[in-house]
Ligand binder design. Sequence first.
Ligand code: S3P
Length: 189
Amino acid sequence: MESDRSGRFQRVVLVGFMGSGKTSVGRALARLLGWSFRDFDAEIESRTGRTVPEIFRSRGEAFFREVEERVGRRLLREERIVLATGGGWGAVPGRLADLPPATLSVWLRVAPEEAVRRVRADGTERPLLETDDPLKRARRLLAEREAAYREANLVLDSESAPPEGLARTILESMRVSGGEASVPHAKNG
Ligand code: S3P
């Protein structure tokens, strides 16, 4: 039964840097749970009718962050849902401490070198990495964001397993912790 698989959790929020695999792990986990899946960037794009890079170009990052915040607030009311956030959403200090009850937060950790490699490979433009030296920018952003990401209930090394394997690890930890407010800070690498 679904409830046996998810403990008493109602939602899972995946946070982490660009290229950490939030979308692919989120989809795999939603499939295993039989829950819905939503991706923040896709929601933002369908609400505004513009792509994320277009929003950054035409309205600026501050506007993007406002829309992202609103989308996040709305999606966090849903139940039986897996949410793939954008890399900046979980980087706001205190945001993960403020999640609704019955929410499991998971940080998918990735090294900056691997993040830049994956982002290049997937061909989707990431406005914040459009610089002469994306690796330097990724290192700086990650250093700034790490403390906020670390607030997640569960920390997984995204390079340790393919998306399906990471999804299974998350599912297992949901079962073990049974939906308690806090899950021990598990690490898999
Ligand atoms: C951002 C990450 C992107 C997207 C936007 C800003 C960030 O999402 O929201 O380009 O600030 O790290 P992904 O993490 O899904 O790439």
